[in-house]
Structures are given as structure tokens and as C-alpha cells.
Design a protein around this ligand. Structure first.
Ligand SMILES: Cc1cc2nc3c(=O)[nH]c(=O)nc-3n(C[C@H](O)[C@H](O)[C@H](O)COP(=O)(O)OP(=O)(O)OC[C@H]3O[C@@H](n4cnc5c(N)ncnc54)[C@H](O)[C@@H]3O)c2cc1C
Length: 388
């Protein structure tokens, strides 16, 4: 037992839930993860980029190596104008540090690797466990699941994503997710051969859509396109009409983007959404983390990295506090300002349609000593008024 927290039940076995479980386990706290999906995860088939600050947070919980074996490194960002002329090329993150490089990987591969690591460390991970409700008193909190089972713990961590059920219990008045104004398409192709270099992600500032692509060491082009338009009615495989609409938008530009899409058999589409300011993250022994607390639109490419940072800070807060209440207060004080800035930055970038992930204002620099101290597992968690 660490501090006053013997057991935590984590609702959601996605990115935030599994990373929190790894961190809590490292802090010596017993943890059970409950995931609604019957398999490893339900997902669209999309990919994401993990930023250097996220990799650093994973390193603090000894999970950076296992994740660095999934996907591929990104070390350089190149920006291309709509006329096909290169605008800038610059290094991303900390390219000389093998564990802190940006990574490009499929969402399902990331979740599976995190879940496998949790199981390898002996953390109980229940699938097909859909959280329904919770009751709490001075001695603990009991979570109830759709199959009638219950788990009692000292703390219930809501890591159940943007449509969080836990958030509705924490604050029934909480704002609900809103459409952030852009559709996002994803695809993979092994036949397109766009100009690139090893470890490079190219962001194209198109006239009618923004586009990003990177080619894996195996020669597969991973790409996404963000198009400002009405929300699609159905997410998943894109219809022929949506594909046509995207191609029409990309053909305004003298860049390789339309050829990449032409060379892709199956396109996936989803809507960007985010949460307006969520001001209440906790209620007694219930606490939110990850997208349940601070879902940003994807523009800054920081959602997963923010969740990893949450995990480190929460585990340290519980480890270093005398009570669950004190730990929650500390966690909120450290994490709210930083995640709020990411949400605002992402919303602004979505509006402008110029969203290169490596330009996130929340990516750490070597000068960001406060964040580095928060991510240092051995440093005590004592927020300063300038906590970032
Ligand atoms: C289009 C798009 C592109 C993105 N690109 C990037 C990127 O490049 N880089 C980046 O860092 N981030 C990116 N993000 C954001 C990132 O995907 C999220 O921030 C991240 O998935 C949040 O993780 P999470 O665990 O909080 O939520 P989720 O990933 O949504 O996981 C929540 C989990 O909780 C489970 N769950 C839900 N309800 C219940 C319940 N009642 N009981 C039990 N379990 C439940 C779900 O099944 C799921 O497994 C992107 C997001 C989108 C939509």
C-alpha cells in the first residue's frame, strides 16, 4: 500500500486507462482495469503520432521501450505548400534520443501493446466489463458493471474516453462533445511513392484540405487528410462519394496528395470532436483522466501524450500524498492548466486548418524544467504556481 490508496479501479482499457494502470502499479498501488470492449480494443483502424513528451512520460513508467518496438520513428517534419514547394524542414522532438523520438503507429497496435504490457506485469485486465454506475462513501467506491458484477476500491479512475460515462456521474451538467469542424480521412498504401526521406512526416498545407503522410521503413505510406466540411453521418469505411469529394479538394493543389489517395484501396473517415472546457474532473473518489477529462481535437497530435503525462502525475500524486483527496487536488492542480492549453491550441489550429503535430505548443523543450521534473519518477510532485 502506498500513501492511503490501496486499490484503484480503472474504467477503460484504452490509452489513458492502461498507461495509468502501469503507472499506479509501479507506485505499488493495486489496480484493476475494466474495458467494455470484448477484444483488445474497438477502433477505426486509424494511426496516430506519439510526441516526444509522451515517449518521455512512457519512459517514466518503464514502457517506452515496449512502445518503441511498435510502429516507426519520426525524426523530421517537412512542410509543403499547396504549390508543392517545400516551406520548411526541421527536426522533431529529440531525434538523438532513441526513446524520445516521435513515433507513428496504428492506434490498435498501441492499445494492444499497452494492454499486453499491463498483463505481463500481472495487472488484472477485464474485458467485456462495461461500467454502468458507482456509489461511494467515506470508506470507498463501488463500481457496477452491465453484467451485474461489482468492484470496490479506494479510487475510481474514469479513463473511458470522450463519451465518458464516469464524467456524467462526476458532473451531470458537464458539457458534451462537440463537432470540431473537420472530417479526418485515413489510409495506407504500398503502391504510392511520394517524395520523402527516412523518418520524415510531410505536412501539406493544401488549399481545401490539410494532409500529412509518412512512409514506413517497409514502404507503406501512412496518410491522413483533414477537410473542413459538415460532419459525416457514418464513421468507418468512407463511401465512394466521400472519397470523390476528398479527391476533388486535393486536386486544387500541385502536391502528391491526390495520387496517394488514388493509390489507396480503402479509406476510413471519422469526425473530429472535442470537449469544451471540462471544469470538474472529480467528485469524491471518482476522478477523470485522458479524453474523459480533456479531449482535444486531433490538431496538436497530443491526446495520447497528454494521457501518458496524466498517468505519471496521478501515480506520483497518490504515491506522495496522505489521502486520496489530497492526491486528486494535486493531480488537478498540475494537469488542468496544461491540458486546457492543449485543448485551446488544438481548437485554434483546427479552425485555421494548419495542424502539424510537431508544432504543438505543448511539446516540451529542454527549457521546460517544470514538466521534466513532473515526468521524473523520483522527483516529488510539488506543483509551483507556474505548473505547465
Ligand atoms: C481522428 C483522431 C486523430 C488523432 N490523432 C492523434 C495523434 O496523432 N496523436 C495523439 O497523441 N492523439 C491523437 N488523437 C487523440 C487520441 O486518440 C486520444 O487522445 C486518446 O485515444 C485518448 O485515450 P483515452 O484512453 O482517454 O480514450 P479512448 O482511446 O477513447 O479509450 C477509452 C476506452 O474506454 C473504453 N470504455 C468506454 N466506455 C466504457 C465503459 N462504460 N466501461 C468500460 N470501458 C469503457 C473504450 O472501449 C476505450 O477502450 C486523435 C484522435 C482522433 C479522434
Amino acid at each position: 500500500m502506498t500513501g492511503h490508496t490501496a486499490h484503484v479501479v480503472v474504467i477503460g482499457g484504452g490509452i489513458a486507462g492502461t498507461s495509468a494502470a502501469l503507472a499506479l502499479h509501479k507506485a505499488g498501488i493495486s489496480v484493476t482495469v475494466c474495458e467494455a470492449h470484448p477484444g483488445s480494443a474497438g477502433d477505426l483502424g486509424a494511426f496516430l503520432t506519439l510526441a516526444g513528451n509522451g515517449m518521455r512520460a512512457l519512459d517514466a513508467i518503464d514502457a517506452a521501450t515496449v512502445i518503441s518496438e511498435v510502429g516507426f520513428d519520426l525524426t523530421e517534419l517537412s512542410a509543403l505548400g499547396a504549390d508543392g514547394v517545400p516551406l520548411t524542414t526541421r527536426p522533431m522532438g529529440e531525434p538523438d534520443h532513441p526513446l524520445y523520438r516521435f513515433r507513428c503507429l496504428r492506434w490498435s497496435a498501441l492499445t494492444s501493446a499497452l494492454q499486453a504490457e499491463a498483463v505481463r506485469r500481472g495487472i488484472p485486465l477485464r474485458h467485456d466489463a462495461t461500467f454502468v454506475s458507482a456509489i461511494q462513501d467515506a470508506s470507498g467506491v463501488t463500481a457496477s458493471f452491465a453484467d451485474g458484477s461489482r468492484i470496490t476500491a479506494d479510487l475510481l479512475l474514469g479513463a473511458d474516453g470522450i463519451n465518458s460515462r464516469v464524467r456524467r456521474i462526476v458532473d451531470p451538467q458537464a458539457a458534451t462533445p462537440r463537432y470540431a469542424g473537420q472530417r479526418v480521412f485515413y489510409g495506407y498504401t504500398s503502391t504510392a511513392q511520394p517524395p520523402t526521406a527516412p523518418g520524415r512526416i510531410t505536412m501539406v498545407r493544401g488549399q481545401a484540405a490539410s494532409f500529412g503522410y509518412a512512409v514506413s521503413p517497409a514502404g507503406e505510406t501512412f496518410w491522413f487528410a483533414r477537410q473542413s466540411a459538415a460532419a459525416v453521418t457514418e464513421t468507418g469505411p468512407a463511401t465512394a462519394a466521400l472519397r470523390h469529394e476528398l479527391l476533388e479538394a486535393l486536386r486544387w493543389d500541385s502536391t502528391p496528395t491526390a495520387d496517394i489517395v488514388e493509390a489507396t484501396d480503402d479509406l476510413l473517415v471519422t469526425n473530429t470532436s472535442d470537449l469544451p472546457d471540462v471544469t470538474t474532473w472529480s467528485r469524491g473518489r471518482l476522478l477523470l483522466t485522458g479524453d474523459a477529462a480533456h479531449a482535444a481535437s486531433p490538431a496538436t497530435g497530443q491526446g495520447a501524450s497528454m494521457a501518458f503525462e496524466d498517468a505519471v502525475v496521478l501515480a506520483k500524486a497518490l504515491r506522495d500524498s496522505d489521502s486520496v483527496n489530497q492526491a486528486i487536488t494535486l493531480f488537478e492542480r498540475v494537469r488542468m492548466p496544461r491540458t486546457q492549453r492543449n485543448m485551446e491550441a488544438s481548437a485554434a489550429m483546427t479552425g485555421r486548418g494548419t495542424p502539424p503535430p510537431a508544432q504543438s505548443p505543448t511539446s516540451p523543450t529542454s527549457q521546460d524544467t517544470e514538466l521534466l521534473r513532473q515526468m521524473d519518477w523520483n522527483a516529488p510532485l510539488t506543483p509551483t504556481p507556474t505548473s505547465s
